[in-house]
Write a protein that binds this ligand. Structure first.
Ligand SMILES: [Zn+2]
Length: 711
């Protein structure tokens, strides 16, 4: 009898969750959606999630390799078997042809090759796979240099400025910088700009390693051989470096795309490669120069120094070739029963640095399971009203390339039809639930997590997530979207509202230990987190797909804009004390009132029943247009490809999210020249958004309410 108790508790919990109301539905449609969600959740399964992850992660599968094409074929077969229509879009992109040749060695005072590969771990059968690569950075320059060494902390702009201020020249030297603080590509850019001959990037144990806990394989932290691979690409747009704004259509296809000559692209020229802390230690402990400034000391057990001194020489050799490579985007479609031209898009990349158990394929396996669960319901006659698309992107690791080429290929169609993009890169990698979203999707994510139980806890995902809330707030920490993955082109180039949620924890990020052994030991031993994340994605996606009025949080724009404007004001006042966003804030107050009026009108309208089909389509078309208020054809001063005035990746660090990027860029230059012009652009965007919302409210109120539900 004992085993019945948890079952009963689950049933009760589900009933309670089902009663939590959610936005965008008339009462009858809401009841129907609740029933749909119960059936969907019952269809999810940890076993299927596990089977998919295991099928995809037996061998390393870098973009452009036959092994990754086998994963592609598995994606196609699985989604077809689940009843989805599947399309494969090929693109020919420029890509490094694997690691090439790499050597790192001490030359003086002793000759000693330094380790650039992860150790084989006897209990981890994957760690001895012959297809694994040494540590390497995609888009390194080629060269063979022997030189003295300078330690440059994180290799940020300010770190190189500090070195110059302290009179330490990096000219002709090999720079040793630790991971963290910025995107690794900027370490290369700043090192090269300062005249360095080469760059070694290492993971310091202060970041992840024995200073944080027990190292792998006994614990989840980096050991002395764990290496973070990664792209160094820093062109001022996202995607294939030869085809900004254009899709990299196949070279042998009918449509010819103009490609840049690779010689004209601003690639890094100096050799760059990552090393583990075991190898960095052998260099750092032999350095003899002056001690480091505050904040520069890392976690190795000796005092760090700035300069290696005359007796220390290191050799760094990288020979890396760039070649045209065919990659494939796999897109599954479940056509909407009522509104096939409205698309809810979910995606993750499938290429990996190694086995990719966590990054990315925990997300891939979750999406495949989701296509099966929703496919089963569709075959039973329960097809969502709008179209669902599940995409598997190629060549993300080399610079978010596959998804960007797809977006550039279907830019106009996506602009009209896309309701939202949900990113699932590495979505199931630990016990902690996290998320970032554009303002309009925040409520959707928060509401959906209230309807999904967190395994073995008696809590919902929302209640579990709530432990992350910041002081003075009453909701989980739901951040803002920056760079780093496949939502970039959707959100920042085309203006499709986007989000990124999932679970996280300690990770062997971009190392060969990101395998099923690690996954089962540390990340998700029972695989139960797979269906949990699947339920969150499925709930969010089908609420968007089945709603009467798209459940965008329209008032959240005003709330978040206020926060971001105040942050910008504070930043600019540091160098221009009289700068004020008062006028823009006054506009945001109007926006807030307009949004509140819309939401009241929408609630009232839905309470009387669902609008008819034509009105639903018209209202939702207008709702899809809201995010476009932030699109600026001119683009940002740091890169015209970035068209969103609302969000962009920080062009000086790569990973950080820049909210209101036109202001942020001006502030990063400590410039006042363009401030009034920028203010005018934001005033225009806020006005545009306000007008669009006001028009929607008129559209809602302009017709007599339709009595009762139509369906
Ligand atoms: Zn990834």
């Amino acid at each position: 009898m004992k085993h019945l108790l948890p079952l009963l508790a689950t049933a009760l919990a589900l009933t309670t969750h089902a009663q939590t109301p959610f936005t965008g539905f008339a009462p009858a449609t809401q009841a129907k959606q609740q029933a749909y969600e119960q059936a969907f959740k019952a269809a999810t399964s940890a076993e299927r999630f596990k089977a998919h992850l295991q099928a995809m992660c037996q061998v390393p599968h870098l973009a452009g390799t036959p092994e990754n094409e086998k994963v592609r074929d598995y994606l196609v077969q699985t989604m077809k078997a689940a009843g989805w229509q599947v399309d494969v879009y090929p693109h020919d992109i420029l890509l490094p042809k694997g690691p090439g040749d790499i050597a790192v060695e001490l030359v003086e005072p002793v000759r000693q090759p330094l380790n650039i590969r992860e150790y084989i771990v006897p209990d981890d059968k994957y760690s001895s796979h012959p297809g694994l690569t040494p540590g390497w950075n995609a888009w390194s320059g080629s060269g063979d240099v022997t030189a003295g060494v300078v330690y440059a902390n994180f290799g940020r702009k300010e770190d190189f400025e500090k070195l110059a201020e302290l009179g330490v020249s990096v000219r002709g030297k090999i720079v040793l910088a630790r991971y963290g603080g910025n995107f690794r590509g900027y370490k290369a850019k700043f090192a090269q700009a300062a005249g360095a001959a080469g760059l070694l990037i290492y993971t310091d144990p202060d970041d992840t390693g024995y200073r944080k806990g027990i190292p792998f394989p006994e614990g989840p932290q980096h050991n002395e051989s764990t290496i973070q691979r990664g792209s160094l690409l820093t062109v001022p747009f996202t995607g294939d470096p030869l085809t900004p704004f254009e899709p990299a259509l196949p070279l042998d296809g009918k449509t010819k795309i103009k490609r840049a000559d690779p010689a004209t692209v601003d690639f890094h020229q100096i050799p760059v490669t990552p090393i583990p802390y075991g190898s960095a230690q052998k260099i750092l402990e032999r350095m003899t120069g002056a001690g480091v400034p505050p904040g520069w000391q890392g976690g190795l057990p000796f005092a760090y120094r700035l300069d290696g001194g005359p007796a220390l020489k290191v050799r760094l050799m990288v020979k890396q070739e760039k070649v045209m490579t065919r990659v494939h985007q796999v897109v599954g479609t479940l056509p909407g029963a009522e509104f096939p031209d409205e698309w809810v898009i979910l995606g993750s990349h499938y290429d990996a640095w190694g086995f990719g158990a966590m990054d990315p394929n925990s997300g891939t396996a979750m999406l495949l399971s989701l296509t099966e669960s929703l496919g089963k319901l569709a075959q039973g006659g329960q097809r969502p009203r709008r179209t669902l698309k599940v995409a598997h992107w190629d060549a993300e690791e080399a610079g978010v390339i596959g998804s960007t080429e797809y977006v550039e290929q279907f830019r106009d169609e996506l602009s009209r039809k896309a309701v939202a993009y949900f990113n699932a890169d590495a979505a199931v990698t630990g016990k902690t639930f996290v998320g970032q979203a554009s303002p309009s999707l925040k409520t959707l994510a928060l509401e959906a997590t209230k309807a999904v139980p967190y395994p073995d806890s008696g809590k919902t995902v929302y209640e579990h997530w709530l432990s992350s809330r910041k002081p003075g707030t009453d909701e989980p920490a739901l951040g803002n979207l920056g760079g780093g993955s496949d939502h970039i082109a959707f959100y920042m180039h085309v203006g499709v509202p986007s989000l990124n949620v999932g679970t996280t924890g300690p990770t062997p990020y971009h190392s060969v230990y990101d395998d099923l052994y690690y996954y089962e030991k540390f990340a998700n031993p029972t695989y139960a987190l797979g269906p949990m994340v699947e339920q969150v994605f499925g709930t969010m996606a089908t609420r968007l797909a089945n709603a009467d009025l798209l459940p965008y949080d329209v008032t959240r724009y005003a709330t978040d804009l206020t926060t971001h404007l105040k942050a910008v004001e504070e930043r600019i006042r540091r160098y221009k004390p009289d700068f004020s966003v008062k006028t823009l804030l006054a506009q945001v107050e109007t926006l807030k009132g307009t949004a509140a009026a819309y939401e009241a009108a929408a609630r009232q309208h839905l309470a009387t029943g669902a609008p008819d089909r034509a009105r639903t389509a018209a209202l939702n078309e207008a709702l899809r247009g809201l995010e476009k208020a932030f699109l600026d054809e001119k683009g940002m001063a740091f890169g015209a490809w970035y068209r969103s005035l609302y969000a962009a990746p920080d062009p000086n660090s790569g990973y950080a999210d820049w909210m209101l990027p036109a202001f942020q860029y001006e502030a990063s230059l400590k410039s006042t020249t363009n401030l009034s012009a920028i203010e005018i652009r934001y005033a225009g965007a806020i006005q545009n958004l306000t007008d669009r919302i006001a028009a929607l409210t008129r559209q809602l109120g302009g017709a007599a309410p339709v009595g009762g539900a139509r369906k």
